[in-house]
Write a protein that binds this ligand. Structure first.
Ligand code: SAM
Length: 302
């Protein structure tokens, strides 16, 4: 359904057009929903470019705001669906997206929406789908984990997030950024930081640094894992107290006073020195360790 497009509705991403639209609708930004809108076309183009879209492809956007990114996605992709939690934005989106009938908005919380159903309904005709978003920073990790754990048929996830979180996602073993988030993300994807972005490209400006990260979704995980839940539990446990050794963290979680001596042998068999810290182990080492630990714990009497 088309509405009359007011002058300037095309490309809302400029400080003046954004402020005018917000003012005309009497819209008050909600900090608690992470509402920092993009006003810079170069940054928008960089995000959209990284997703490698074409007219055969679909894009799922999380949190379209007033539609600055949605408009650019609609120019590049054959189908765009955006999930927005704030009902007050729907009339503004109707205006900015009026020229793009292949872009639709769903009102809802992305953490509650069934993405499998959404994919069937919106993207079944697409040759590939990417998630592209300037994410609300307060829920970055739950959103990314939901996208990955539901094993949606995605090609890429290209998102603007807090710089520090992007660095944790892309970190390798050995540094302080490396942790369970790095391993979870890298198990499903190949991460690449595309750009570091200054505060000035947002209205209002956030008080943290931002980065655009591209997560290329893998066809197959890079390591062989039988029980993914247990693999991720072991990783979580290994980072419970970062300054403690892998031996101490794992014995506290899986062993008793009586049998904790066994853990030392198990670690050595996996090729891991018990005095190492969790942050030094590679994903491959965690895969090996969780396989041996599971086999041990399954034995009767353990
Ligand atoms: N895409 C717009 C842009 O780049 O200008 C807006 C991005 S703004 C950082 C984040 C948006 O996510 C806001 O519009 C906010 O209302 C929305 N949002 C916050 N939590 C959400 C959730 N759980 N589900 C869906 N949208 C959400």
């Amino acid at each position: 359904q088309h509405v009359t497009v007011p002058a300037g509705a095309e490309d809302i991403a400029s400080p003046k057009r954004t402020n005018d639209l917000l003012k005309r609708h009497g819209f008050k930004l909600k900090k608690s929903l992470g509402q920092n809108f993009l006003i810079d076309t170069n940054v928008l183009n960089k995000i959209v470019g990284a997703a490698e879209l074409d007219k055969t492809k679909g894009a799922l956007e999380i949190g379209p705001g007033i539609g600055a990114l949605t408009q650019q996605l609609a120019k590049a992709a054959g189908r765009v669906t955006a999930v927005e939690i704030d009902q007050r934005l729907l009339p503004l989106l109707k205006e900015t997206l009026a020229p793009y009938p292949h872009a639709s908005v769903i009102h809802g919380d992305v953490l509650q929406v069934s993405l499998n159903d959404l994919f069937k309904e919106h993207f079944s005709e697409c040759s590939g789908v990417s998630v592209v978003a300037n994410l609300p920073y307060y829920v970055t990790t739950p959103i990314i984990m939901k996208l990955l754990e539901e094993k949606l048929p995605l090609e890429n996830i290209v998102v603007m997030i807090q710089k520090e979180v992007a660095e944790r996602m892309a970190a390798g073993p050995g540094g302080k950024e490396y942790g369970s988030l790095s391993i979870a993300v890298q198990y499903y994807c190949e991460p690449e930081i595309v750009a570091i972005v200054p505060h000035t490209v947002f209205i209002p400006q956030p008080n943290v640094d931002s980065a655009v990260i591209k997560l290329k979704v893998r066809q197959q995980p890079p390591v062989d894992v039988e029980d993914e839940d247990f693999f991720f539990d072991v990783i979580q446990a290994s980072f419970t107290q970062r300054r403690k050794t892998i031996y101490n963290n794992l014995s506290a979680k899986y062993f008793t006073k009586e049998n904790k001596g066994e853990l030392e042998g198990l670690l050595r068999e996996a090729g891991i020195e018990p005095s190492r810290r969790g942050e030094t182990l590679s994903m491959q080492e965690y895969a090996e360790l969780s396989k041996r630990l599971k086999a041990y714990l399954k034995k009767p009497g353990q």
